[in-house]
Design a protein around this ligand. Structure first.
Ligand code: TLP
Length: 350
């Protein structure tokens, strides 16, 4: 059965053009810096982010980890949100592998951290305390509804961090979605950050990979860390080739995903047993919960949806996340709404 898969934009398969480019990619040993396709992707990525250099990494997780380790020494502290992907979903890598201490601030519903909270979290020079070294922001902010963070806010955080001698890293896994939603170039959104990671394998549909961008000197350090992490990938131009096609062909179509997320939310808003989060969707994710009176939990609803050919993201006992992407077209949106209607009827919720 061909499923309509709304669990994440990470489920995207490569396009035909990507498969062609992968088959024909010129390659070399990237650990020696000799893979022309990787070099081309890194240059393109750095240019799009407005940074001096880029580093191709296997995943967003490794991009964020290499960034934190390149900015921080052991015992240094990173200030980040309590709903940040790096804090919640990266297996504690920054502390397990880098000995980096984390200071978690409360994420506001719009994905930001309050400036006064950041200011208050910056440590004094007292020898009892860890050294505050880095602030991390996420754009779009996944757990806060895939909301886009404005350039004005990021500039304010960048200024605050830099005035206090801290660096700013941006987990821009979906920075192109933020750019599409705000109508602001990704480069502008990333400009206050000393480093930014973005993903090729989510809304941009490449099979693998992310790029970490920053200054030449920073990327030189991150390159060594990638090696330490086992992320030197040899003839990896075969994967980078798909990334190049992703940057060339998939960025400008992201507004289509946002439109389909809105269509999906509109269709589901008529079902009284689903309670959509305020404002959802901001970009390509629709977040919702089951009404208190609904007689089944999210897992049971998911099982019924799967029987109807639709996979949805279960992100809590009574919560869902639906993500639109290249492989979700208009008929898929309609079918998903019908599957929800039928599932509601199955549980006799109307
Ligand atoms: N997010 C995945 C899951 O891990 C939750 C998803 O389905 O959304 N930063 C952000 C903001 C992300 O959303 C993700 C993946 C990553 C980093 C990590 O990227 P990968 O999966 O390439 O390591």
């Amino acid at each position: 059965m061909d499923f309509i898969d709304l669990r994440s934009d990470t489920v995207t398969h490569p396009t035909e053009a990507m498969r062609q480019a992968m088959a024909n990619a010129p390659v070399g040993d990237d650990v020696f810096g000799e893979d022309p396709t990787v070099n081309k992707l890194q240059e393109m990525a750095a240019e799009k982010m407005g940074k001096q250099a880029g580093l191709f990494v296997p995943s967003g997780t490794m991009g964020n980890l290499a960034a934190v380790l390149a900015h921080c020494g052991r015992g240094d502290e990173v200030i980040l949100g309590n709903k940040a992907h790096t804090f919640l979903y990266e297996a504690g890598g920054i502390s397990a592998l880098g000995g980096v201490h984390s200071c978690q601030l409360q994420n506001q519903p719009d994905g930001t951290l309050l400036l006064q909270d950041i200011q208050a979290a910056i440590r004094s020079k007292d020898a009892h305390q860890p050294v505050s070294r880095l602030v991390c922001l996420e754009n779009t902010h996944n757990r806060c509804g895939a909301v886009a963070i404005t350039s004005e806010y990021t500039h304010a955080v960048g200024e605050l961090a830099h005035q206090n001698g801290l660096f700013l890293h941006m987990d821009g896994a979906r920075i192109f979605n933020a750019s599409a939603a705000l109508g602001v170039p990704a480069m502008e959104l990333a400009s206050p950050a000393d480093s930014v990671t973005f993903c090729l394998s989510k809304g941009l549909s490449a099979p693998v990979g992310s790029v970490l961008c920053g200054s030449t000197e920073f990327i030189t350090r991150a390159h060594r860390i990638r090696k330490q992490l086992g992320g030197g990938m040899r003839q990896v131009g075969i994967l980078a080739a798909a990334g190049i096609i992703a940057l060339e062909t998939m960025v400008d179509r992201l507004p289509e995903d946002h439109k389909r997320a809105r269509d999906l939310a509109l269709g589901l808003s008529f079902l009284p047993w689903l309670s959509l989060d305020p404002g959802t969707p901001f970009t390509n994710m629709v977040f919702m919960s089951l009404a208190d009176s609904f007689p089944a939990d999210a897992k049971q609803v998911h099982e019924e949806m799967v029987k109807r050919g639709v996979k949805i993201g279960v992100v809590g006992k009574r919560r869902f996340r639906l993500v639109t992407h290249y492989w979700i077209d208009d008929p898929a949106v309609e079918k998903a709404i019908i599957a929800f209607q039928e599932t509601g009827a199955h549980f006799k919720a109307g």
